[in-house]
Write a new protein. Structure first.
Length: 340
C-alpha cells in the first residue's frame, strides 16, 4: 500500500538547519544527504520537516519529521514528532475506557489508529491545528491474530491511563513492572511501573495519560527494559525481538521530560523500508536528545496518523497493507492559541 497522502500537512518548513538534524549528524557518518559512509552499526539519516503553524512561542508546539534512513539491510522510512508538553496548546489523549469493561478481559474494543484519529478530530468543538495519533500498548483479543477486526473485545497489556483514570493496571513479572510512559500536565517520564509505584505517583500529582511497553514474561524472560534509560542505551534487553528488523512504534522523553518524542518506523517492505532493530531505534532517539525511551507495540500494529487543520490526512505506510485495529491509541491534539 502506498503512503496515505489524501492531503498534505501545511506549513512546509523552509529549508533551514534545525537542532534535530544537527544532533543526528553528530552520529558517525549520519545524514544520508552527505557522501560520508555510514558506520556499519549505525544508520544514515536525513529528515524532512513539516512544522506546526507559525506561533508567537519561541518554539512550535509540535515539529513533525519524515525520516529517510539507510541501513546495511536497505532503506528505512518513518515519521517522528517532537511535542512541547509545556505548550498550553497541547493536549494528550489516550483511548478511553469502556462502560462495560472487565479488567483483563474486556478493557477496549479494537479500533485502527486512523479511525481513532478521525473520530477524535471530528469530536473536537473547534477543529485543532493538528492531530497526531500513534498505536500504543500491546494487546490480546478474542480469537488472536486471526480476529483483528474493529469492535472485537480485547485486553490492553500493561498500564493505560486516559483522562486521569486507570483503564488498564500495570503489569508485573518477577516483581518488575513494565516500562511505561507517564504524562502529567507539562511533563512526561518513562519508568518501570508497579502498582505500588503508580499509587505513589498518582498521589503526588494527577497523571493525565499513560501507555506502556512490555517487560519480561513466562514466554520471554528477557529483562524487558526500556530502550533508553538515563541516557544509556539498554535496547538489547528490551522487548520485543530486539535484534530483528521490524516496523516499530516508540516514545521517548527529552529536555527533562518537557519534550515528548513519538516515532513510527515502517518495515517488512523491501525497497521501501526494512524496519529497525531496537538498538538502532534507541540510537536514533538518543540522537534526537532523548534520555529515556520505550518500545511500544510494533509490527503490523505500527501506525502514525497526522491530520492538519482542514482534516487532511498523512500517514506512514503500514506493513499489513491496511491499518490494523488495535486496543490502545495515543493522540496529541494541537489547539489554536486562543482555544480553551
Amino acid at each position: 500500500m502506498r503512503s496515505t497522502h489524501t492531503g498534505r500537512l501545511t506549513w512546509l518548513a523552509k529549508s533551514r538547519a534545525r537542532s534535530c538534524i544537527a544532533s543526528l549528524c553528530a552520529l558517525a557518518a549520519l545524514c544520508g544527504c552527505t557522501n560520508a559512509p555510514a558506520a556499519p552499526h549505525r544508520t544514515a539519516t536525513c529528515c524532512r520537516d513539516l512544522l506546526s503553524p507559525p506561533s508567537p512561542q519561541a518554539r512550535p508546539p509540535v515539529v513533525l519529521r519524515e525520516i529517510l534512513t539507510s541501513s546495511p539491510a536497505g532503506p528505512v522510512r518513518g515519521w517522528l514528532a517532537r511535542i512541547d508538553l509545556t505548550s498550553p496548546q497541547i493536549q494528550v489523549v489516550v483511548t478511553p475506557p469502556l462502560e462495560d469493561a472487565i479488567d483483563g478481559k474486556r478493557e477496549a474494543l479494537l479500533q485502527s489508529t486512523d479511525v481513532f484519529a478521525r473520530n477524535l478530530f471530528a469530536a473536537q468543538p473547534t477543529p485543532p491545528l493538528q492531530l497526531i495519533a500513534i498505536n500504543a500498548n500491546f494487546f490480546s483479543n478474542e480469537g488472536g491474530s486471526k480476529n483483528y477486526k474493529p469492535g472485537v473485545p480485547s485486553d490492553i497489556i500493561g498500564l493505560s491511563i486516559s483522562a486521569g483514570g486507570v483503564v488498564s493496571p500495570p503489569r508485573t513479572f518477577a516483581a518488575l513492572g513494565d516500562p511505561a510512559l507517564l504524562i502529567w500536565d507539562k511533563r512526561a517520564e518513562i519508568d518501570r511501573i508497579t502498582p505500588q509505584l503508580l499509587a505513589r505517583r498518582m498521589a503526588d500529582e494527577p497523571i493525565v495519560a499513560a501507555v506502556a511497553g512490555v517487560g519480561a514474561s513466562e514466554s520471554d524472560k528477557a529483562t524487558g527494559s526500556a530502550m533508553l534509560s538515563g541516557g544509556e542505551i539498554t535496547a538489547r534487553d528490551a522487548r520485543v525481538y530486539a535484534t530483528q528488523r521490524h516496523p516499530r512504534t516508540a516514545a521517548g522523553t527529552a529536555d527533562n521530560g518537557r519534550t515528548l518524542v513519538l516515532i513510527a518506523i515502517d518495515g517488512r517492505q523491501p525497497g521501501w523500508s526494512v524496519g529497525m532493530t531496537l538498538p538502532e531505534l534507541a540510537e536514533l532517539l538518543q540522537a534526537e536528545g532523548c534520555t529515556d525511551a520505550l518500545n511500544l507495540d510494533g509490527g503490523g500494529s505500527t501506525a502514525i496518523v497526522m491530520l492538519d487543520g482542514a482534516g487532511a490526512l498523512t500517514t506512514n505506510r503500514v506493513s499489513d497493507k491496511r491499518f490494523r485495529p488495535v486496543a490502545n491509541n495515543l493522540a496529541v491534539i494541537v489547539r489554536g492559541s486562543q482555544s480553551p
